[in-house]
Write a protein that binds this ligand. Structure first.
Ligand SMILES: Cc1cc2nc3c(=O)[nH]c(=O)nc-3n(C[C@H](O)[C@H](O)[C@H](O)COP(=O)(O)O)c2cc1C
Ligand code: SF4
Ligand code: SF4
Length: 415
């Protein structure tokens, strides 16, 4: 692997910006060794609890879940699973042996993920993991926190409800350990600012932006039985990535790109998805589904493809694409204000060679700007409002919008 993919993430020197996130692919030494062999930059180990918290909090809250904590998945469409995640098989006190083993067996930084139900629990785990050789810590504030959210059905996560908890925990842990500390959070779309304030003043080294809607599975229509009979599960799938781009962008706008660094997970399946996450502001990208679906080899594929992309585009380093899209994102009001001024300038154009005369553009144009008689479609530029729907619908890539750059210019000049 060339040095082009090297990044410094929250003080860790990574050979690649690809990190495999906490979950089913980072539960054992063997899995992590294979990921290291495949060229991963780092891994975040499966989140675990202190033994006493399993016993005192998790077992009464969720009887029977520990130690039998296997995840369950069902397919729910292309590239989509509905799942119930399960817990780590072993508590933190046992997991430290694996962390120690890893420091001998792999030469990548290991980020240890932890869940605790109290601040002191977090401090205790952080010290255990640092002593066992973890290079950094990630606090899992995205899994349901029994002590803050007792309603099984809500799917609301602790960080969303209680940003002050984030700060409290981070400050207490940073007083006791010297390795970098990160938090994995769910973005709060209604009131994000208290969370950003808490993050900024906490001194945390990285933020992992995550989006996790609660979901239920498809149903066997013959029997009426859901394929996964759980009232609340997680869901993977392509929509998560696009929603998460928004949250990454907003986090980058609120916090900047330098401290804390931003990482994210949400359906990054290939090099392009990873590059896009970075262009929206991530310094490193976390992947899980891609490894669940394709195995560790997907990491080397992504690395190789990213390197090819950098070479093709003349980038010396992956670092130069971090935040590249940010200056080109337009405030939604500015964007909408440009509508009137683009009519007649941004319009649909036909690329005749590609047209198969299917008629989709005529059937779906909302303002009836397209007519297709026996011949190819004719677009009335006086009527066309440049909405782009025909471009999106054309099965043959035979349409494009003209003068799109004008939209960026107009919106940018509005500040
Ligand atoms: C079965 C399963 C178990 C997971 N366990 C954890 C966990 O222990 N800790 C955590 O922070 N995230 C956990 N996650 C979330 C993943 O780390 C990741 O953030 C999420 O799946 C989004 O990335 P993806 O779309 O690439 O899968 C889990 C996800 C799945 C599917
Ligand atoms: S949708 Fe595309 S291929 Fe079909 S008629 Fe219109 S331009 Fe031609
Ligand atoms: S860009 Fe919109 S308005 Fe113009 S032809 Fe296509 S669908 Fe119709």
């Amino acid at each position: 692997m060339s040095k082009k993919l090297n990044v410094t993430f929250a003080g860790l020197e990574l050979r690649s910006p690809i990190i495999v996130s906490a979950g089913p692919c980072t539960r054992s030494v063997k899995q992590i060794q294979k990921l290291a062999e495949a060229g991963v930059g780092s891994v975040v180990t499966k989140s675990t609890f202190l033994q006493e918290e399993y016993e005192e909090v998790i077992r009464p809250y969720a009887p029977g879940r520990f130690p039998d904590c296997r995840p369950k998945y069902v397919k729910a469409g292309e590239d989509t699973y509905v799942y119930v995640a399960g817990f780590a098989e072993v508590p933190a006190e046992v997991w430290v042996d694996s962390l120690k083993e890893l420091t001998d067996k792999v030469d990548i930084p290991i980020i240890a993920s932890q869940i605790a139900t109290t601040k002191n629990g977090h401090v205790k785990m952080a010290q255990l993991f640092e002593n066992a050789g973890a290079s950094a810590l990630e606090f899992d504030f995205v899994c349901p926190m029994p002590y803050l959210d007792k309603t099984e059905l809500s799917g609301i996560r602790a960080s969303l409800l209680h940003p002050e908890v984030l700060k409290d925990v981070v400050v207490a842990v940073k007083e006791k350990v010297s390795i970098p500390v990160g938090i994995k959070i769910v973005y709060n779309p209604i009131e994000p600012h208290p969370m950003y304030e808490a993050i900024k003043s906490s001194g945390v080294d990285f933020v992992h932006v995550y989006y996790s809607p609660a979901a239920m599975s498809n149903i066997d229509l013959d029997t009426g039985k859901p394929l996964l009979p759980a009232a609340s599960g997680g869901v993977t799938g392509p929509m998560k990535r696009l929603v998460n781009y928004k949250y990454v962008h907003q986090t980058a706008k609120a916090l900047g790109l330098e401290h804390p660094h931003i990482t994210a997970s949400g359906h990054a399946m290939n090099w392009r998805d990873c590059a896009e996450y970075m262009m929206y502001g991530c310094t490193a990208v976390q992947i899980n589904h891609a490894v669940m679906a394709k195995g560790p080899g997907v990491v080397s594929e992504i690395n190789q493809d990213l390197e090819n992309f950098l070479t093709d585009k003349g980038h010396e380093s992956i670092r130069s694409i971090i935040g590249m899209a940010l200056p080109h994102v337009l405030g939604i009001n500015n964007f909408m204000d440009t509508y009137g001024q683009t009519k007649g300038i941004i319009v649909a154009n036909l690329i005749p060679d590609r047209c198969i005369q299917c008629g989709v553009c005529e059937d779906t144009c909302p303002v009836y700007a397209v007519t297709l008689d026996d011949e190819e479609p004719a677009i009335d530029k006086e009527i066309c409002v440049g909405c782009g729907l025909c471009v999106a619908n054309c099965p043959s890539e035979a349409l494009e919008l003209s003068n799109v750059a004008y939209l960026y210019e107009l919106a940018q000049t509005r500040g």
